[in-house]
Design a protein. Structure first.
Length: 114
């Protein structure tokens, strides 16, 4: 399955979260994401603060176009932490994995070496 080629579907609730076995299958299709406490998470480092903010702005535009929004944290001047889960179902849905795959396709400035 090519997650990045799918679109997030509107979610109104009343649907159970993905079973953990299915969530782990989808997680295996992503690179660098982990599953913790009913969420998928990723930590990224950037070359500098402006690069981190450009990435956050790109994620915001993508999330708005998909109608599915991650939790974002910028810290330590060049790090972005992403966390995805579906509020309406109280856990993970396929939307989380679709958005994660699309986030992974966004351009990123490399962090400093060392």
């Amino acid at each position: 399955m090519r997650l990045a080629h799918q679109r997030c579907a509107p979610c109104e609730g009343g649907v159970p979260p993905l079973p953990e076995s299915r969530a782990r299958e989808l997680l295996a299709e992503l690179d660098g994401w982990s599953m913790d406490a009913g969420r998928i998470r990723r930590h990224l480092r950037f070359r500098d603060f402006p690069a981190a903010i450009r990435f956050v702005n790109d994620v915001a535009a993508l999330a708005e176009s998909e109608g599915h929004h991650p939790d974002l944290t910028v810290r330590d001047w060049n790090c972005v932490d992403l966390s995805l889960w579906t509020h309406a179902v109280g856990g993970l849905s396929e939307n989380d994995f679709i958005l994660a795959a699309k986030i992974d396709q966004l351009p990123r400035d490399a962090p400093p070496s060392g």
